[in-house]
Design a binder for this molecule. Structure first.
Ligand SMILES: [Zn+2]
Ligand SMILES: [Zn+2]
Length: 100
């Protein structure tokens, strides 16, 4: 039987390394702040992309590689569904561990 301690450290690593946005360092959320993919395949949280889109003119300049993704609306960018699915699992796990 697996103890909670190993699950929690795995969750902490996944949250820190995969589920966090590299711009704002906040944890992304599967529904409230889903990760979206730019044309260069870099992924950032929706909130940061909205800010970047507001600064750019009809497109977003990727903070990682500087490639420009042309788009008029943030919703035109595809969500990173494999990451969204992982966030969903993470959110369920966190709820189970911290349930009182
Ligand atoms: Zn962000
Ligand atoms: Zn990029």
């Amino acid at each position: 039987m697996q103890g909670h301690s190993s699950n929690e450290s795995l969750l902490a690593r996944m949250e820190g390394e995969l589920a966090s946005c590299s711009i704002c360092a906040d944890r992304m959320h599967s529904r409230k702040n889903p990760p979206r993919i730019l044309a260069c395949l870099h992924t950032f949280c929706s909130a940061c992309l909205v800010t970047l889109a507001a600064k750019g003119k009809g497109g977003v300049a990727c903070p990682s590689c500087r490639a420009t993704t042309r788009m008029s609306d943030i919703n035109a960018l595809a969500q990173n569904y494999s990451l969204v699915r992982m966030l969903e699992i993470l959110e369920i796990q966190v709820r189970e561990i911290y349930r009182t």
